[in-house]
Design a protein around this ligand. Structure first.
Ligand code: GCO
Ligand code: MG
Length: 406
């Protein structure tokens, strides 16, 4: 079998998504997600200019060989743009292979290790009463584990919190505002406020509901260690991205001071970003996305490595991962033994019409469905009605104007 056509498709059914479509000489197609939120066109160019020409005429069954040749052959390794491009190819080829086999992808990954995939959803509010309503709303939708984020007194725009018309971490359209939204930040105010929020949530919902929280890279290692310690009594399922980890050793400080479980990885691209974190058991959950980590092949290797150290999977699944990336994640979640949890926010109806998918969400759990391949069909006509619309993620600044980690 040969690849005869490769297309890079961009659409904006509410937010921007980049999809790779591979077609073989036997008419079989495969899809991969290449969406890099706020930097979409860099991956589009990488794919169109440097990857598509290399794929034409090759055998789609040689997934590992293709992965290695794109990774090693470029000489310039790693990074989100390169790894998102490789991920899209990898997932598209797995989609083709599973369709040829006539099996849902999870069957080629070893088959199901569980009946269904547990998820967590996002609850948020500008203040505690709004957050409690949001938790109730998520519970009504079926979620059985919930991430909680609130506004911080004195701060106008904070990560993950609705500010009227939109959620503050969603991209802002350039036609509405020529620069990214600026969020504001005060770590002291946040550290004082968060324990009171968790206290209120536990008081309202009791001890059983699994609760998560995302610090979105905003703390120093020492601040993160203190926060982990301060919130131990609220029994978090995890504290996410408590501090940036370009220097992995910083997690030693956090780990030494708290038994709050730690999760990290949504901005990581390769297993090398995790080496110290995993071998020293400094984290509990590895949170990379199929889409930004080189695809199913790479993430599977990461989770097998992590399993030796009792670190569990938690594939990144925000709204900016397309249903193609989400479907790939759910197949992997069903198959790997050391599955932890899957983030799931769902997509808008328009997005789900462009990307018709076999996966289903019931009682807070996902299942990939039994359609051959990853189980997603892309409606090109509908997609074309929603052209690319440039958008940026926010930047974050302290009160004196200093740029802070976002
Ligand atoms: C999460 C993430 C996202 C990211 C977003 C950036 O935990 O889901 O923090 O909300 O901010 O994916 O594009
Ligand atoms: Mg996060």
């Amino acid at each position: 079998m040969k690849i005869v056509d490769v297309e890079v498709l961009v659409t904006c059914p509410g937010r921007n998504f980049v999809t790779l479509k591979v077609t073989t000489d036997e008419g079989i197609t495969g899809l991969g997600d290449a969406t890099l939120n706020g930097r979409e066109q860099a991956v589009v160019a990488y794919l169109r200019e440097h990857v598509v020409p290399l794929l034409l005429g090759t055998d789609p069954h040689r997934i590992e060989d293709t992965w290695q040749s794109l990774y090693r052959g470029a000489y310039w390794r790693r990074g989100p743009v390169t790894m998102a491009a490789i991920a899209a190819v990898d997932v598209a080829l797995w989609d083709v292979k599973a369709k040829v086999a006539g099996l849902p992808l999870y069957q080629l990954l070893g088959g199901a290790s569980r009946e269904r995939v547990r998820t967590y959803g996002h609850a948020n509010g500008r203040d505690v009463p709004e957050l409690l309503d949001s938790v109730r709303q998520r519970q009504a939708e079926g979620y059985q584990a919930i991430r909680v984020q609130t506004g911080v007194p004195g701060l106008e725009k904070v990560y993950g919190v609705h500010t009227g018309e939109a959620i503050a971490h969603n991209p802002t359209r350039l036609d509405q505002r020529a620069v990214p939204v600026v969020e504001d930040w005060d770590t002291g105010a946040y550290l004082r406020h968060l324990p009171t929020v968790l206290e209120a949530v536990r008081h309202e919902f009791g001890p059983d509901l699994p609760l998560l929280h995302d610090a979105h890279h905003r703390l120093t290692p020492l601040q993160a260690a203190r926060l982990g310690k301060d919130v131990e009594r609220y029994d978090l399922f995890w504290l996410e991205d408590c501090t940036p980890a370009e220097n992995q050793e910083v997690f030693r400080v956090v780990r030494q001071h708290t038994t709050t479980p730690l999760a990290v990885g949504e901005v990581f691209n390769t297993v090398f970003d995790y080496q110290t974190l995993i071998t020293e058991q400094l984290i509990d959950y590895a949170r990379s996305a199929v889409t930004h980590f080189g695809g199913i092949s790479a993430l599977r290797k990461l989770f097998d490595f992590a399993a030796q150290y009792q670190v569990k999977s938690a594939v990144h699944g925000p709204e900016d991962i397309s249903p193609v990336g989400m479907a790939a994640a759910i197949h992997l979640d069903l198959a790997v033994h050391n599955f932890g949890i899957q983030e799931y926010s769902g997509h808008t109806d328009t997005t789900n019409e462009v990307f018709r998918h076999a996966y289903t969400f019931t009682d807070g759990h996902l299942h990939p469905g039994e359609a051959p391949g990853i189980g997603v069909e892309y409606d090109e006509e509908l997609a074309a009605a929603h052209p690319y619309d440039p958008a940026y993620l926010p930047v974050n600044r302290l009160a004196d104007g200093t740029v802070h980690d976002w």
